[in-house]
Design a protein around this ligand. Structure first.
Ligand code: EPU
Length: 467
């Protein structure tokens, strides 16, 4: 097992580059499966989720050439080798479910995709995806298997555009519906769609690929079906979660970090909260510098929301920042029901955090009266003490890294594979900012989860279903 050993108490100082966005490139690769034309990607991050997505796409026929040093990837899927995504990709990340939309758009054959995985943030159902794809004429059936279930989908007569209103602006369901609509006959209208910058990046890519898509300000996306595609060059937008993570780490350790590639347009809500807590930033032409500018003041009220609201993925490191701010602040998580799993470890490190099942905030969210601890009060400032930490998920992982940078003493962080999924060269970047960090291997008491081991029997059963 690999661990990160971090000696806390040193302010982060220097220059770091935010990589291309994990939540954009993984979808762009899937989108490229719609056509048989070459696609050239730039600013591709060298992270675990891209590796898993590449293997998944290669499995079904994509040819890939990836220069990790240059951050360039050239792909083409001249023809599909199969439309069956093996069970071993189940649980690896959220991408398998998006394969359904892309494959329905590419082939009339039967499609099998395993259940999606990703971080454990709650139930994470895919009902909106399924019902949107059914509205486009696909038949989708969930079949339980011995260990993990799989979705069986088909649209033997092709897909037909339709009017779809999502019950919630789900990122994945919006992406899946867009992907399936690109080759559908006629026009698809998606209402209450998610409008995250990563979705706009997907739309920009698809437009270059040949799709005709319009985006209205009222969360409506219109897609005119096509089967005429072009070769594409696309630069992946920079990762606003990573950029914000470095900004928060700089401010809470009383440091100063210039984040190259941080884009103002995608961080407006975040920057407002940074200013409210007393942190400082300077927006430059090629990035944003974040710095400590005197004692941090709490008293904030933060409600996570879909874009353009405060991202749920900024929430965990922001809580660590709030442990260093004077006074009480309130966090209301409205996107996921179970995104405070990291709080207990922070409490053990010395943070003053109390969880509540009620909605603490003006927004009446989907979890009101549902018994989920989805609100929190953080009181600060609290000195933190180093300890052994096990990372439960990607963003909680960065929050722990921040806490370790702040804490007195040396923390040992395990579960590094979660961090590797989304942060490129994390230890190297931290070292470049002055953090005393060592990545080393220790005896492994915990089985590594990515990717899942193959269950031969289950694979055979699925092959039989396809035959
Ligand atoms: N939801 C449903 N039914 C559905 C789909 C979603 O109830 O069919 C619920 C989810 O359970 C959740 C909420 O809707 O409570 C939002 O889910 P959404 O579909 O928007 O999220 P996602 O597509 O699964 C992506 C990112 C997450 C990010 C969220 C919200 C990827 C691969 N993941 O997940 O990123 O938190 O959008 O912005 O794009 C991360 O990068 O660490 C991460 C978790």
């Amino acid at each position: 097992m690999e661990v990160l050993k971090i000696q806390g108490g040193i302010p982060l100082k220097g220059h770091v580059r935010a990589a291309g966005a994990k939540n954009a490139i993984t979808k762009l690769l899937v989108a490229s499966l719609l056509s048989d034309k070459p696609c050239h990607f730039y600013n591709v991050p060298s992270i675990g989720d891209v590796e898993v997505t590449v293997s998944l796409c290669q499995e079904i026929g994509m040819q890939v050439s990836w220069d990790r040093e240059k951050g360039e990837m050239h792909v083409v899927t001249k023809e599909l080798k199969t439309s069956y995504i093996p069970q071993r990709f189940s649980g690896s990340n959220r991408i398998p479910i998006l394969m359904m939309g892309a494959l329905l758009g590419r082939t009339d054959e039967d499609i099998i995709v395993p259940v999606a995985g990703g971080c454990d943030l709650g139930q994470r159902p895919v009902d909106f995806h399924i019902s949107a794809l059914e509205s486009l004429g696909a038949s989708v059936e969930y079949r339980p298997m011995k260990r993990q279930g799989a979705y069986f989908a088909r649209a033997h007569n092709g897909l037909q555009g339709n009017q779809i209103t999502l019950p919630f602006p789900s990122v994945g369901a919006t992406e899946n519906t867009i992907l399936a609509s690109v080759t559908a006959r006629g026009t698809t209208v998606i209402r209450n769609a998610a409008m995250e910058p990563e979705i706009i990046d997907l739309i920009l890519f698809l437009q270059k690929l040949g799709a005709n898509i319009t985006v209205d300000v009222d969360r409506t996306i219109r897609i005119q079906g096509t089967r005429r595609f072009y070769e594409v060059q696309h630069t992946v937008l920079s990762d606003r979660i990573e950029a914000a993570s470095w900004g928060m780490a700089a401010i809470c350790t009383k440091g100063r970090v210039f984040v190259e590639g941080a884009q103002h347009l995608h961080m407006i809500t975040f920057l407002n909260k940074i200013r409210e807590v007393g942190g400082a930033f300077d927006v430059r032409h090629n990035g944003i510098e974040f710095f400590y500018d005197g004692p941090l003041e709490g008293g904030l009220h933060v409600e996570t929301d879909v874009h353009p609201g405060f991202m749920t993925d900024w929430q965990q490191p922001f809580v660590v920042l709030l442990t260093q701010a004077a006074g009480s602040s309130v966090i209301h998580e409205t996107v996921y029901e179970k995104r405070f799993g990291y709080a207990e470890t922070l409490q053990e490190m010395g943070a003053d955090i109390t969880l509540f099942k009620q909605c603490l905030g003006g927004k009446c969210c989907r979890y009101a009266s549902k018994n989920y601890a989805h609100s929190m009060i953080v009181k600060g400032p609290s000195p933190l003490t180093a300890r052994e930490i096990s990372v439960p998920d990607l963003r909680a992982g960065f929050a722990y890294v921040m806490a370790a940078c702040l804490a007195s003493g040396q923390s040992v962080i395990s579960g590094v594979q979660f961090l590797d999924r989304g942060y490129e060269n994390l230890a190297g970047k931290l070292a470049g900012l002055g953090v005393q960090i060592e990545r080393s291997t220790v005896k492994d008491p915990v089985p590594v989860m990515l990717p899942m081991a193959v269950d031969e029997e289950e694979e055979v059963k699925l092959e039989e279903c396809l035959a």
